[in-house]
Write a protein that binds this ligand. Structure first.
Ligand SMILES: Nc1ncnc2c1ncn2[C@@H]1O[C@H](COP(=O)(O)OP(=O)(O)OP(=O)(O)O)[C@@H](O)[C@H]1O
Ligand SMILES: Cc1cn([C@H]2C[C@H](O)[C@@H](COP(=O)(O)O)O2)c(=O)[nH]c1=O
Length: 210
C-alpha cells in the first residue's frame, strides 16, 4: 500500500506559496515523515538550468510556444528525477507550483495556449497532485510584499497588476471546478494563521488517504 502524497502550492506571485510550502515541510518533518520539498520551474539539476533560461534575461527571447515547451521539458525532468522517485519510496512531495501554473500563465493569461497546454500535459506529464493548496490574496497586497522582499522576479514586473488579477481569477475558477483537489486558503493573514489552516487541510487529507 503506497503512503505517498503529492501536494502542490499555487497562487499569484508574492502570495506566500514558498513561505507556506517551507512551513508545511518543517511541520511534517517534525512529525517524522519523509518529505521532499521542491519547486517549479526547477527541482532537478536540468530543470533548474531550464528555469534560468526561461526566467532570466530578455522576456521576449522565447515565443509563447517555445516557452511552453521549456516549462514542459523542465517538468518532465523534474518528474523523472525528483518527484516520481520520491513518490515511489512513499514520501510526501511538496511542490511550489506545478501544472496549474502552466494552465494559468501559458494556457490563459500569457500564452493563450490552453489546448496545447492540455495536450502536452497528457502526452508528457500525465500526473496531477493529490492535493493543491491555492494561497489566494489581492494582487496589490502581494506586490507590496514582493517589493518589500526585494529581488521580485522580472516576470512579476512584466505582468503588472491587471495580469495578476487575471491569474488570480483563473486559479479561483479552477478551484471551483476541482473542489476535491484544490483547496483555497486566504493568504492575506499572518503567516501562522495561514499555516494553521493548511496544516488542518493536509492532516485531514493524510488521514483519509487509502
Ligand atoms: N502571511 C504573510 N504575511 C506577510 N508577509 C508574508 C506572508 N507570507 C509571506 N510573506 C512575505 O512575503 C514575501 C513573498 O513571500 P513568498 O516568497 O513566500 O511568496 P511566493 O508566493 O512564493 O512568491 P513568488 O511566487 O514571487 O516566488 C516574502 O518576503 C515573505 O517573507
Ligand atoms: C511553473 C510555472 C511558473 N511560471 C511562472 C510563474 C512565476 O511568475 C515564475 C516562477 O516564479 P516563482 O518565484 O518560482 O514562483 O514562473 C509559468 O509561467 N509557468 C509555469 O508552468
Amino acid at each position: 500500500m503506497s503512503r505517498s502524497t503529492f501536494v502542490s502550492f499555487e497562487g499569484i506571485d508574492g502570495s506566500g506559496k514558498s513561505t507556506q510550502a517551507r512551513r508545511l515541510a518543517r511541520r511534517l518533518e517534525a512529525e517524522g515523515r519523509d518529505v521532499v520539498l521542491t519547486r517549479e520551474p526547477g527541482g532537478s539539476p536540468g530543470a533548474e538550468d531550464i528555469r534560468k533560461l526561461v526566467l532570466e534575461g530578455d522576456p521576449d527571447r522565447w515565443s509563447a510556444e517555445t516557452e511552453l515547451l521549456l516549462f514542459t521539458a523542465a517538468r518532465r525532468d523534474h518528474l523523472e528525477r525528483t518527484i516520481r522517485p520520491a513518490l515511489e519510496r512513499g514520501a510526501i512531495v511538496i511542490c511550489d507550483r506545478f501544472a496549474d501554473s502552466t494552465r494559468a500563465y501559458q494556457g490563459r493569461t500569457r500564452g493563450g495556449l490552453g489546448g496545447m497546454v492540455d495536450d502536452l500535459h497528457a502526452l508528457m506529464i500525465g500526473v496531477e497532485p493529490d492535493l493543491t493548496i491555492l494561497v489566494d490574496m489581492d494582487p496589490a497586497a502581494a506586490l507590496a510584499r514582493a517589493e518589500e522582499r526585494g529581488g521580485a522576479e522580472l516576470r512579476f514586473e512584466e505582468f503588472g497588476l491587471t495580469l495578476q488579477q487575471e491569474v488570480r481569477g483563473f486559479f479561483l475558477d479552477l478551484a471551483k471546478s476541482h473542489p476535491a483537489r484544490i483547496r483555497v486558503v486566504d493568504g492575506d493573514r499572518p503567516p501562522e494563521a495561514v499555516e494553521a489552516d493548511i496544516a488542518r487541510i493536509v492532516s485531514d487529507h493524510l488521514e483519509r488517504r487509502p
